[in-house]
Design a protein around this ligand. Sequence first.
Ligand SMILES: [Zn+2]
Ligand SMILES: [Zn+2]
Length: 164
Amino acid sequence: MAPSFPLAGLASDGWSTDKEATATCFCGAVQLAFPIEGPGLINSFVCHCSDCRKITASMFASNFTIDDRYLRHVRGKENLKTFAQSKTIGSGKLMTNHFCATCGSLMYRVGEAFPGQSILRLGTVDDFQLSETKLKPTVEQFTKTRVAWCNPIEGMGQSNGMSM
Ligand SMILES: [Zn+2]
Ligand SMILES: [Zn+2]
């Protein structure tokens, strides 16, 4: 089995428990802690929308949503820069990116259409095993803009547009 905490960034103090885990940026300046079960964990999904492709500099985003009442900034909140726009967002409403000012890691997005929630990034979670278990996405959305060489993921819900 692959190590749960592989060398994946400069910080080596990420952790997970039965109920909570950390997400840390590439340089280690920003660390979040969040619940890995409901009600604090709202959902986990893969998004193929054109906006997610651009913002991740990749072909899709792996996201999970946390109720803000349960999201903790362990360190580096003051090191988060924000950038917001609405032009490319499916809902047409403002979406604000929160990213590390030092290394550029996008830590979460906050959408006007989803008040009280933050959309975190599965790839920043320090315990890699959680992507296989409690944080594994359950649905793929915006499959209409999925790159043609990427097949539907077996056993995962499929949605042409927004899944929730
Ligand atoms: Zn950083
Ligand atoms: Zn998207």
